[in-house]
Write a protein that binds this ligand. Structure first.
Ligand code: AMP
Ligand code: MG
Length: 399
């Protein structure tokens, strides 16, 4: 029996490479992983510029009290640049974002002045106000976004602001997904007595895509040695990670074990956790292999705990684990010391801050508990039963 933490460390130790970089257009880069540190090629903003619509003046022309009359020598429309120099007693009408004319250091907002023809009366204003300084956002040469960052909308905006139409990201991790077992039927097909519809392949595909991977569907492998072997070999050639579900605890256990033993390697793990104890980790050629438990909640959970960190490491991400934070349990929770337990929880914000209750029955086959929940409740190995009012860790399903 190994702990969840040991299992995660073993899995990450097996990931020794990162997917290759590829250059893609910025508009398609949401959720992708930045391949190299992004450095600013120039100062942002590139020049001192006005933060408001108003009048650019020299600080020395601003009165200490009352108003001063200045001569307006130019009315600059948006986007145009004043290429002369402003002398004492002069002002230039300027738009937000326009570069500051030489000789000026302050912008008086237009709503504070009185303008009559080419005369403007400016009130007392702090020297240097309403000016954005060059480089105040980003200095030329500075790292703006670190390698391994998952690109959010704001990163796409920053990349575009540096004038870049394309960006170097990591190729998506390719994940092949197959289900095993003659008791599993394809949705859309008639279901024979004793069969259940395959849910794992679909939930796992969603998890892969949500984690930024590219999923390939390898269908349901029958409990036939040669077919299983051919299917796994093909999956291993096509993908960086091969996922099966089912067959780890009973049924085709021996088949998966034998076949993997021949075409790669396989270790069986008993992880001290609930749900999702038995799983297999191995290799098919270059690909990482995970044999996840058949029970639907257990297969999703083992994905989140073991497969996703591997996927994220392979994808070059800096963060490989999801955020967890404390919440107050609002109901008693049964817990056996000696293993880490994961319950499906409903997290709400209440009188005591973040509060959490379970979704109800917690059997590892009850997939609707994942539907009713919005988080995992993570109860550490050493703990026993949880009393209402105690703090537990929670991990939101999406963040
Ligand atoms: P196993 O790991 O094969 O012993 O399966 C444990 C439980 O998970 C059994 O009740 C199986 O019917 C169920 N199961 C296995 N594969 C799937 C699947 N692809 N979709 C839904 N349930 C499954
Ligand atoms: Mg089975």
């Amino acid at each position: 029996m190994i702990s969840v933490g040991e299992g995660q460390a073993h899995v990450l130790a097996r990931v020794t490479s990162v997917t290759s970089p590829e250059l893609i257009p910025v508009p398609g880069a949401l959720g992708r992983v930045l391949a190299d540190d992004l450095r600013a090629p120039f100062d942002v903003p590139p020049a001192d510029n006005s933060a408001v619509d108003g009048y650019a003046v020299a600080g020395s022309d601003i009165p200490a009290a009352g108003t001063a009359a200045l001569h307006v020598i130019a009315d600059l429309p948006a986007g145009s640049v004043f290429d002369g120099a402003v002398k004492p007693g002069q002002a230039v009408r300027i738009m937000t974002g326009a570069p500051m004319p030489a000789g000026t250091d302050t912008v008086v907002p237009q709503e504070l002045v009185e303008r009559a023809r080419d005369q403007v009366k400016v009130p007392t204003t702090a020297k240097g106000s309403n000016v954005r300084l060059s480089g105040e956002d980003v200095r030329a040469g500075a790292v703006v976004i670190e390698a391994g960052t998952v690109l959010r909308p704001q990163e796409l905006g920053v990349i575009a602001s540096l004038g870049l139409p394309q960006i170097l990201v990591r190729q998506k991790v390719r994940v092949a997904i197959l289900s095993t077992g003659d008791e599993v039927a394809e949705p859309g097909d008639p279901r024979k007595p004793g069969q259940i519809y395959d849910s794992n392949r679909f939930a796992l595909r969603g998890l892969v895509e949500q984690a930024g991977g590219a999923a390939t569907d390898f269908g349901i492998a029958p409990d036939v040695r040669d077919e299983l072997r051919a299917r796994l070999l093909e999956a291993g050639r096509a993908a960086d990670i091969v996922l099966t579900s089912g067959g780890v605890s009973v049924g085709i256990y021996d088949l998966v074990k034998d076949v993997l033993g021949e075409i790669g390697g396989i270790d069986f793990w008993q992880v001290a956790m609930q749900p999702g104890r038995p799983m297999a980790v191995g290799r098919i050629g270059e690909a990482l292999f995970f044999g996840l438990p058949g029970n639907p909640v257990a297969s999703m959970l083992t994905f989140l705990l073991f497969v996703r960190p591997a996927l994220w490491k392979l994808a070059g991400r800096r963060d490989m684990f999801a955020v967890q934070f404390p919440a107050v349990a609002t109901e008693p929770m049964r817990k056996k010391p000696g293993r880490r337990e994961f319950k499906r929880g409903v997290l709400t914000f209440g009188a005591r801050g973040w509060e959490v209750r379970t979704t109800g029955p917690q059997g590892s086959g009850i997939l609707t508990s994942m539907v009713a929940g919005n988080c995992l409740i993570v109860i550490e190995e050493e703990r026993g039963d949880v009393k209402p009012g105690e703090t537990v860790l929670i991990e939101p399903f999406s963040w």
